[in-house]
Design a binder for this molecule. Structure first.
Ligand code: GDP
Length: 326
């Protein structure tokens, strides 16, 4: 199919064209990359914007249960919802989150929903680019909300936060009074912390955990994109559909304020800047992955280890060979 035709179909909401376009942006083949770029340029002219919601949480916290319940609630309000995943572990295992899950089966049967598992890639940079481009394709396809899920490990939160308008951190009720070892950097990214499983026996623990996090959030440095009262913590039960509407209302309040104050556009502009830098870094790093670079690197590192050349001189030598002056 020609790119122009594919683009027209996506803009009209054709799901098969959408799936095909995402396969295209996920492809590592260089001819596909060129087509994907052309497609993204065309789609960008639609000017459509979805609300992009990033969602992170450790395995077992209830992400897929939450996405299913929350997604169903949005669909019931007449909204179209796309769900994508950024899964750094798929880079290692070749597996993917969402893909092997059957729990989102109610949502996946909805006409107004589109669920796409994480692409398998060899590095997070690759996963990041493909996910970001898949978000752009979903926006052009007219989805109102694009949810991007990630497992709470390593660098993936930053990647997801940088492609989201809102970042949600999903937590489970803590047993004791510790703050579950959530890294400060991750907390600082959150716009709303949702303490899940606030039901049955876990309800009071969830309320305590929520109070602890509300306190911790108040101590964080104020960000310019936060209105009074944000970031905030709330309890939800994805299993019992409790608190989801309240959480959605908070997200809308926050979004409306940010749009009104110009932060929405400013944040997206900063994200574009961030991704430009990442693309440059990734492109430079990929130059090290060619067979020539790999073997030259081995040669030079042998020379460095035996003291024949200094590390700095060897690095200059390698860079010069790559056509990059140090
Ligand atoms: P994920 O690994 O973060 O995607 O977590 P899942 O959605 O697979 O949920 C992990 C487990 O927690 C499952 O057994 C769910 O049924 C359970 N769970 C998810 N949400 C809730 C909730 O709101 N309340 C309770 N009690 N259990 C939940």
């Amino acid at each position: 199919m020609k790119i122009a035709e594919l683009s027209d179909k996506i803009l009209k909401g054709d799901r098969r064209a959408l799936a095909r376009a995402i396969t295209l942006v996920e492809s590592g083949r260089s001819d596909h990359r060129a087509e994907a770029s052309a497609l993204l340029d065309r789609l960008a002219s639609s000017g459509r914007q979805a609300l992009r919601i990033g969602l992170s949480g450790t395995p077992g916290v209830g992400k897929s249960t939450f996405i299913e319940s929350f997604g169903m609630m949005l669909v019931a309000q007449g909204l179209r919802v796309a769900v994508l995943a950024v899964d750094p572990s798929s880079a290692r295992s070749g597996g993917s989150i969402l893909g092997d899950k059957t729990r989102m089966d109610r949502l996946s049967r909805e006409k107004a929903a589109f669920i796409r598992p994480s692409p398998s890639q060899t590095n997070l940079g690759g996963v990041a680019r493909r996910s970001r481009e898949a978000v752009a394709v979903c926006e052009a396809a007219g989805f109102d909300v694009v949810l991007v899920e990630t497992v709470g490990v390593g660098q993936s939160e930053t990647v997801v936060a940088q492609m989201s308008d809102l970042f949600l951190l999903l937590l489970a009720p803590a047993g004791g009074d510790e703050l579950q070892g959530v890294k400060r950097g991750i907390m600082e990214m959150a716009d709303i912390i949702l303490v899940n499983k606030a039901d049955g026996d876990l309800k009071s623990a969830a309320m305590r955990t929520c109070a602890d996090y509300s306190g911790a959030l108040r101590l964080l440095r104020k960000r310019v994109q936060d209105p009074q009262g944000f970031p905030k913590a709330q309890t939800v039960s994805a299993l019992e559909d409790a608190g989801l509407l309240a959480a959605w209302e908070e997200m809308q309040t926050l979004t409306a304020w940010r749009r009104d104050q110009g932060h929405w556009d400013r944040m997206r502009a900063e994200q574009a800047r961030y991704w430009f830098g990442e693309e440059v870094r990734q492109a430079l790093l990929s130059r090290l992955e060619t067979p020539w670079a790999q073997s030259r690197m081995t040669e030079l590192s042998d020379q460095v280890s035996s003291g024949v050349v200094s590390p700095a001189a060897a690095a200059q030598d390698l860079l010069a060979g790559l056509g990059v002056s140090g």
